[in-house]
Ligand binder design. Sequence first.
Ligand code: MN
Length: 138
Amino acid sequence: MRKILVIEDSPTNMMLAVYVLENAGHQVLQAKDAATGIRFAREAHPDLIFMDIQLPGMDGLEATRQLKASENTRHIPIYVLTAFSMKGDEERIRAAGCDGYLSKPASYKDLLATVEAVGAPAKVRKGSSRPEDHKSHR
Ligand code: MN
């Protein structure tokens, strides 16, 4: 189970994302605007953020810049949900600090594949050696 923040103002897109992610067993936090999303990111420390670009007030790229500029939230992977597919959009998205993007409407598979790939909880580091490596050889 991972904690995923979805920042999306379209009720239809939000419903789809929540449906897909919750059915896969994840916890979803929903924000309809960037300011609320930033607050949730700071307070709830999600494992991953799906960010719409066109939002009322502050847009998703500016919200990404702010999250990536803050010590507290810069480690959280941000994947933009975008209907844009024009040349130059990918560069704008990367320049804002986004970790990647999904074309809208995002498919069930795309959403879950992204969660699998980038939303993994921090793994416990293996020790540098196992006990048997320390056995003395005579
Ligand atoms: Mn939107």
